[in-house]
Design a protein around this ligand. Structure first.
Ligand code: GAR
Length: 193
């Protein structure tokens, strides 16, 4: 269908939200997509204020209000507006089968390492502590495993001789802020969403 149509995104985030902000800035410029809502599982996360400042509706999902993940995800699905793509941008939970089955091939995740190396919640520090000389950023489809879905895009980040962990974190985030919006742009251009 027409390339002029604005794609509808829902972003999931748990913390700072620098990638949420990078996405919002990018699509404010290009208008190829719009963020319809932010889903956040952490009350008080800094990303919430970022969404409010931009007038992007927030859907707060407190998993403790539900008996299990399936019940939480079913309640969430009932509140989600129709969308073309769900983007996990710093969302620190494993997506369950309820959500996966509702959005087949329509959930992507940003990971701060070159998968399949260093999956999980601490990818930047794990790569740093292992001593690899090249790490990076991955955008991939979400499947039932942990950071195991089909890779869509990757970008490298070199770890130089005296690089500190905070320096590496900054370098990874800088790459993320470009790779994630560019990857979504490519999916739109290739009519994959
Ligand atoms: C990002 O580095 C993202 O890759 C990572 O959390 C950070 C969120 O930063 N995600 C994971 O580690 C997922 N396992 P942000 O809140 O500033 O966008």
């Amino acid at each position: 269908m027409g390339e002029a149509m604005t794609k509808k995104l829902i972003v999931f985030a748990s913390g700072t939200g620098s990638n949420f902000e990078a996405l919002a800035d990018h699509f404010d410029r290009t208008k190829t997509a719009a963020i319809l809502a932010l889903v956040c599982d952490q009350p008080g996360a800094p990303v919430l204020a970022k969404a409010k400042r931009r007038g992007i509706p927030v859907i707060a999902l407190n998993y403790r209000d539900y008996p299990d993940k399936a019940a939480a995800e079913a309640a969430l699905i009932a509140h989600l507006p129709a969308c073309d793509l769900i983007v996990l941008a710093g969302f620190m939970r494993i997506i369950g089968s309820t959500l996966l089955n509702a959005y087949p091939n329509r959930i992507i995740n940003l990971h701060p390492a070159l998968l399949p190396s260093f999956p999980g919640r601490t990818g930047i520090a794990d790569a740093f502590n292992y001593g690899v000389k090249v790490t990076g950023v991955t955008v991939h489809y979400v499947d039932a495993g942990i950071d195991s879905g089909k890779i869509i895009a990757q970008a490298p980040v070199l770890i130089g001789e005296g690089t500190t962990l905070p320096e590496l974190e900054t370098a990874i985030h800088d790459v993320e802020h470009h790779l994630l919006p560019q990857t979504i742009e490519a999916l739109i251009k290739e009519e994959k969403i």
